[in-house]
Design a protein around this ligand. Sequence first.
Ligand SMILES: Cc1cc2nc3c(=O)[nH]c(=O)nc-3n(C[C@H](O)[C@H](O)[C@H](O)COP(=O)(O)OP(=O)(O)OC[C@H]3O[C@@H](n4cnc5c(N)ncnc54)[C@H](O)[C@@H]3O)c2cc1C
Ligand SMILES: *[C@@H]1O[C@H](CO)[C@@H](O)[C@H](O)[C@H]1NC(C)=O
Ligand SMILES: *[C@@H]1O[C@H](CO)[C@@H](O)[C@H](O)[C@H]1NC(C)=O
Ligand SMILES: *[C@@H]1O[C@H](CO)[C@@H](O)[C@H](O)[C@H]1NC(C)=O
Ligand SMILES: *[C@@H]1O[C@H](CO)[C@@H](O)[C@H](O)[C@H]1NC(C)=O
Ligand SMILES: *[C@@H]1O[C@H](CO)[C@@H](O)[C@H](O)[C@H]1NC(C)=O
Ligand SMILES: *[C@@H]1O[C@H](CO)[C@@H](O)[C@H](O)[C@H]1NC(C)=O
Ligand SMILES: *[C@@H]1O[C@H](CO)[C@@H](O)[C@H](O)[C@H]1NC(C)=O
Ligand SMILES: *[C@@H]1O[C@H](CO)[C@@H](O)[C@H](O)[C@H]1NC(C)=O
Ligand SMILES: *[C@@H]1O[C@H](CO)[C@@H](O)[C@H](O)[C@H]1NC(C)=O
Ligand SMILES: *[C@@H]1O[C@H](CO)[C@@H](O)[C@H](O)[C@H]1NC(C)=O
Length: 602
Amino acid sequence: MWPAIVSALFLAATASASPTCKVTPYDAAWPSHADWAALNASINHQLLSTVPVASSCWAGNPFGSSVSCSAVKEDWANAAWQSRFPESIDYPVYANNSCLPPNASGYLAERGCTIGGMPQYIVNATSEEQIATAVKWASERNIRIVIKGTGHDLNGRSSGAFALSIWTYHLRKLERNSAWRHPTTNASEDVYIVGSGQQWGNVLNLALEQGRVVTTGQDPSVGLGGYIQGGGHGPISRTYGLAASHVLQMRVVTTTGQILVANDAENQDLFWALRGGGPGLYGVVTEYVIRHHPVPYNVIMGNVLIAPKDGSNASAERSWDAAVRHLSALPDLMDAGLAGACMVATGEMATSFGSLREFTTGVVIKQVFWSFNSTPAAMEALVNPVLANITQAAGGNNSLTVSFSASNSGNYTSFYSAISGSEVAGGESLVSSRLLGRAELNDTPFYKQKEYLKIAMGSQNSTAGTYATVGLQGGPGVRNTPAEAWGALLPAWRSAYLHFISNGATVDSVAAGSPKLALESAARFNEAKERMWREWSPNSGAYMNEANPYDSNFKHDFYGANYDRLVQVKAKYDPSESLFVLSGVGSDKWDYDLDSGRLCRN
Ligand SMILES: Cc1cc2nc3c(=O)[nH]c(=O)nc-3n(C[C@H](O)[C@H](O)[C@H](O)COP(=O)(O)OP(=O)(O)OC[C@H]3O[C@@H](n4cnc5c(N)ncnc54)[C@H](O)[C@@H]3O)c2cc1C
Ligand SMILES: *[C@@H]1O[C@H](CO)[C@@H](O)[C@H](O)[C@H]1NC(C)=O
Ligand SMILES: *[C@@H]1O[C@H](CO)[C@@H](O)[C@H](O)[C@H]1NC(C)=O
Ligand SMILES: *[C@@H]1O[C@H](CO)[C@@H](O)[C@H](O)[C@H]1NC(C)=O
Ligand SMILES: *[C@@H]1O[C@H](CO)[C@@H](O)[C@H](O)[C@H]1NC(C)=O
Ligand SMILES: *[C@@H]1O[C@H](CO)[C@@H](O)[C@H](O)[C@H]1NC(C)=O
Ligand SMILES: *[C@@H]1O[C@H](CO)[C@@H](O)[C@H](O)[C@H]1NC(C)=O
Ligand SMILES: *[C@@H]1O[C@H](CO)[C@@H](O)[C@H](O)[C@H]1NC(C)=O
Ligand SMILES: *[C@@H]1O[C@H](CO)[C@@H](O)[C@H](O)[C@H]1NC(C)=O
Ligand SMILES: *[C@@H]1O[C@H](CO)[C@@H](O)[C@H](O)[C@H]1NC(C)=O
Ligand SMILES: *[C@@H]1O[C@H](CO)[C@@H](O)[C@H](O)[C@H]1NC(C)=O
């Protein structure tokens, strides 16, 4: 009898110590205008009220955006442009499509323009002290905190309703220190010191001027924050490993208001967690010390196209076979020195990719290879036998078109501009992805691989079809990363060669009735893919930055064996749980309802 009462009292006490929901403007506990003004005064007046940039597209420009609606419409789909605004994110469906320009996907006139799913206030941070003051203030008041660098996040992790956002854009330090002292060994290290608001393109440009190369992604506008904390793969990760493994030190502001240095000598647990243990969870990083490498003296690029010859069933089946054989050949090619990216397309997407004359139920494969400090002949010697094999297995070239050419693409600068992406933003998307290694690609029976690939390529609209992006981003560089540089990266990266990102789920907030319903419906479609990944690769996982945030197995898939320790690190540095992100460490204890905007404990 007594113990039950005591534990009931105890539970009541804990409940009041950790409130059920984060505060919203509809709650009495929300700070008054005067309180916000006082915060503003205490952080050099760097507090912004959120101004949705597309407000100018709505009658009366309700929030007073200074950017004209025609400019907003024109640039809405440009990720680099989006990254310049304090509140904007690339995939606004995760901010509940709260204020869209007329021709954006998800636009509905009757939804109007509101702050809605965007943060209420934004700190335009220019110093660590401002951040410390603001996050301590907010966490003491039970207000949700989000962090935005570029807003590129695919899963909306840099936005949140009723939150205070820390915007790092103006933390733009960028300098080289060729005699930085390692904190434990005192060895001299040649490093770049980079503010967390920087974007990789700027870091790379400085490095290239100095004959060096850094661990960028494929797009220059990607920021350091989410990219490093989630892992960070790119054109040199096959050679040198992931971006998280290149960090020697970070400066971090915690939600308790402490300004910390995290490295191998101080706050090692935090340093460990921030290298691959997930973005936006442990504190606000303000500065990175990163390693770099000599720039390759040349880059060889090769282009492969494999397509069904016609619309026949036989050609289609041979193209699926070819896709399996091609993917299976990639681990050996990567060990032999190649990296790159492969696109696999179905339906009308395949027809246009392969310039086909007839609709196909097969796939078109477009592979780009690159290698450093090599020759076109060396690449041909590696790739030609694979293509000959694929052609031979298809019974000659009656059902498949197979083409390949390799050439010297010049220096790294011209190579990078050739591969760097279209910077597309403004869409509504939900992917499903997996890291694949030899267990999946070489040790799984051919017919099973073909079955799995067909599921991976599934599209909610099979006429339109879809595409997958398969990055050759694991392999030797990642596998050979020293243990002390691994941090909290998902262990499955060690044996991974390919990062397979599958599209095909439709996120249509207009058809579904709301962003929340659209995401939930796409997530239901993705469940078949997640089941397939678990069957094909039970011991692998997914790259959290480009994965399905509704994956019910996210603890295993995104964090693996590190999960429990990451929970402890988070509890230590963010005891108020002010930092919540979708599928983040500890997120299973919370429910973020995009429709009400409320973030509450389960
Ligand atoms: C066009 C494009 C190309 C891409 N290419 C690649 C690629 O080649 N390789 C690759 O690995 N990924 C790539 N990505 C995915 C990329 O890793 C994620 O979008 C990542 O979240 C970007 O980080 P960010 O800081 O720029 O974005 P943001 O949206 O600003 O932030 C993402 C997450 O990081 C957190 N965060 C940001 N800054 C900080 C900070 N200072 N302290 C603590 N938390 C912080 C945010 O809270 C959020 O949770 C690409 C994305 C896009 C849109
Ligand atoms: C903070 O102060 C500056 C300078 O007075 C002002 O421009 C800005 O609007 C204030 N922010 C808020 C949220 O009131
Ligand atoms: C929206 O309209 C502008 C011109 O007003 C155009 O430049 C832009 O490409 C359009 N965007 C989309 C997504 O249709
Ligand atoms: C989100 O959008 C839905 C549908 O438009 C709307 O009903 C809801 O109020 C919005 N919620 C927030 C927090 O903006
Ligand atoms: C943010 O602060 C910087 C530095 O003070 C300033 O130049 C910039 O205009 C501010 N941005 C906004 C949107 O207020
Ligand atoms: C680190 O090395 C430098 C250069 O050799 C030396 O001057 C300095 O005293 C060393 N510091 C420590 C703490 O050993
Ligand atoms: C080819 O035809 C068979 C039998 O009708 C069918 O099962 C199979 O799915 C078809 N393959 C493709 C790629 O369309
Ligand atoms: C060619 O195919 C055979 C059988 O599928 C396989 O064992 C061999 O490794 C392949 N060779 C290349 C170069 O892909
Ligand atoms: C088809 O294969 C034959 C024999 O290998 C070859 O001579 C011919 O050039 C190929 N045709 C095309 C279009 O690739
Ligand atoms: C790289 O090549 C381009 C085009 O040939 C050239 O303009 C540029 O100067 C080269 N850069 C370096 C660093 O050599
Ligand atoms: C499927 O895609 C096709 C081709 O893009 C399009 O015409 C059709 O309307 C789509 N169907 C649905 C149900 O969206």
